[in-house]
Each structure stands twice: as C-alpha cells, then as structure tokens.
Write a protein that binds this ligand. Structure first.
Ligand SMILES: NC(=O)c1ccc[n+]([C@@H]2O[C@H](COP(=O)([O-])OP(=O)(O)OC[C@H]3O[C@@H](n4cnc5c(N)ncnc54)[C@H](O)[C@@H]3O)[C@@H](O)[C@H]2O)c1
Length: 319
C-alpha cells in the first residue's frame, strides 16, 4: 500500500465528484470512490489509469465499508437535479440524512478531515441578495424541493453537532450552480438542457418569463475552491462553512441567448410554466472564501460553455 494520503470521495462517479477525484489523483493522493451509480456514471472514471484509485459500488445509506488509513472524506453523494427531486424524493432525503450520518461516523472512526457538500438550496427562495453564509434562508418545508433542501440543511446541522460533540474537523461548502463536462445531457439542470437543445437546433425551454437569475461556476473553479478549503489550516477552517460559486449573475433568458450564440445554433426559445418554489434570485457572496482562501473563479461563462458543449456534442453525436 502506498504512503500517499488517502481520500474517500462519496459520489465520486458523479459530475463534481469525478473532477474532484481527478484533482486529488493529480496531487498524488490515493483515492477511493464510493458511489451507487444512481445519477453517476462509471464512464466518468474510466479514463483513470493508476493503482492509487479504487472505485467501489456502495450506497451511502448503508454503513460504510472498512477502509485502511483514511485521511480525508469528501462527502459529495447526492442526486442534485430538480427533476430528481420529483422522481427520487425519498432516496434524496435519506441520502442526505442517513447517508450524511454514515459519512460523518466513518470520518469520526477514521479521524479524517471532512468536506461536506451542501448547496445554495439551503437559502431556498432568498429574501437576502446576494446570499452570504449568515443568512438562514427561506425554504418551503413542504414544497417539491424540500426533500433535497431540508435534508441538506439537516446534514449541515449534523456536521455542526459532530464537530461540537466529537471534535471531528468538518468543513462545509455551499455550492452554487456549477456546470461543466461530465454532466449528463439529460440531467435536467438548465445548462445541460440548453446545451442539448441548442446542439440539436431545438428550441430552448425557458420556465417562467426567464427573468429569474442564476450565477454559474465552471467545475474546475469549484474544485480548486473545495481543495483549497480542505487544505486550509484547521485554526481557520475547521467547522467553517463557505459559499463557493461564481458571482456573475445573469437572467435565464440571457443565458439562453448566450448558449444560442456560442453554439451558433438555429434555435429559438419557448416558454413553459415556472415550477413551484423555483428561486427568483441566486448569487453567492463569496467574501468569506476570498478572505480565507484567496479563492475566486477564473473561467468565464462563454469559455466554460464551449468546453462543456464539446463533450456534449461528442456524447450526443452532434459533432
Ligand atoms: N453541480 C451543482 O451545481 C451543485 C450545486 C449544489 C450542490 N451540489 C452538490 O454536489 C454534490 C455532487 O453533485 P453533482 O452535481 O456532481 O451531481 P451528480 O448527480 O452528478 O453526482 C452525485 C453522485 O452521487 C451519487 N449518489 C447519489 N446518491 C447516492 C447514494 N445514496 N449512495 C451513493 N452514491 C450516491 C450519484 O450516483 C452520483 O455519482 C451533491 O452533494 C450536490 O448536492 C452540486
């Protein structure tokens, strides 16, 4: 067994998880991915060619397997697409409650530094803009997004409890909309939707009037922030929570125009009814991450869309 530090990534076969795995392997870590391949794909990991990597099929709702010498736990397992909130609500709620509990117990047993993936969804439909970490959010506890939003909120509360009671070093990242290659074209989130439609010259579906805003972070920027936070001195980072995301805020109808332009697509836009509890505004306040880590995103939206579209075109056979 190598002397390299050992990181366990739950959700390692997913979009963000697989990029995190790549980044850790590039830096010499030994990495074990635990994933049930629900929304993740083995193909996201098939390029990896090192004995420092192991991929185990495991559902985090079950107690974790015994693994040797674990130094870091990155808990990223959870479906994250709004279409999955409708089709898999119980699975999602339990993944972020029972699953988070199992992950934190595993971290405690291994005395491993832990990064918990939370989400901007903990702010719900925010009344404070931009959203900073001290804002407690506005989540509809009985709405269609509640199984995800409330279970993520619970996982954060559990992390605080573990930190307090067992002194486990847990760092929480609230991730704002992130996109990039390895998202599934049929994932249901807005950038995969728009790119898949534009690559086929279909019309882009806008929910509501398209004036709702989002801020989109390219995945390499997100992963750089996660890694910097994980590596930060415990004196400043243990038990902390930070927002990670891009502060460039745009309306969804503007995003549609940019996608059509970047892909030079022969598409128009069509309107559909706005789903219940769709947040009106989303932009992170990243002041804390900037101060703690000196981190900020560097990849512009057009560039990120082009890189993502390349992979989608290959996968959809529209090249
Ligand atoms: N991408 C974003 O914009 C975004 C925003 C906020 C938060 N997040 C968080 O980041 C993490 C990764 O999201 P993503 O965008 O990569 O989504 P994804 O669906 O691509 O990845 C999630 C991974 O977790 C796995 N998984 C789900 N439930 C599991 C379970 N019970 N046991 C084991 N594995 C399970 C899936 O198979 C998949 O590989 C999630 O925790 C998500 O909530 C992502």
């Amino acid at each position: 067994m190598s002397d390299a530090p050992h990181a366990v990534v739950t959700g390692g076969a997913g979009f963000v998880g697989s990029h995190l795995v790549d980044s850790l392997l590039d830096d010499g870590f030994r990495v074990t991915s635990l994933d049930n391949f629900g929304s993740g794909r083995p193909s996201n990991l098939e390029h990896i060619d090192t004995s420092r990597f192991d991929s185990l099929e495991h559902d985090v709702r079950e107690p974790f397997p015994e693994l040797d010498g674990v130094d870091y736990v990155y808990h990223f397992a959870s479906r994250a697409s709004p279409t999955d909130f409708e089709s898999h609500p119980v699975e999602i709620a339990l993944t972020n409650s029972e699953g988070a509990h199992n992950a934190l117990e595993f971290a405690r047993e291994n005395d491993a530094r832990t990064v918990l993936a939370s989400t901007s969804e903990v702010y719900g439909d925010p009344e404070v803009h931009p959203q900073h970490e001290e804002y407690n959010g506005n989540v509809n506890v009985r709405g269609p997004r509640a199984p995800y939003d409330e279970s993520k909120r619970f996982s954060e509360a559990l992390a605080v409890a573990f930190q307090q009671q067992y002194d486990v070093d847990i760092r929480t990242v609230r991730i704002f909309n992130t996109y990039g290659p390895r998202m599934r074209p049929d994932d249901g989130r807005v950038i995969p939707n728009f790119l898949s439609q534009a690559l086929r010259d279909d019309d882009l579906t806008i929910y509501g009037d398209g004036t709702q805003t989002r801020s989109f972070c390219y995945v390499s920027d997100l992963v750089a922030g996660i890694r910097a936070f994980a590596d930060a001195d415990p004196a400043v980072a243990a038990g902390e929570v930070i927002n990670l995301g891009n502060t460039h805020e745009i309306e969804i109808r503007e995003l549609a125009e940019i996608v059509i332009e970047v892909l030079d697509a022969d598409s128009d836009t069509v309107r559909r009814e706005l789903p219940e509890d769709d947040p009106e505004l989303r932009r992170p306040d990243i002041g804390r991450a900037q101060e703690l880590l000196g981190w900020e995103p560097t990849v512009g939206l057009e560039e990120g869309l082009e890189r993502t579209a390349e992979q989608f075109a290959e996968e959809l056979g529209t090249e």
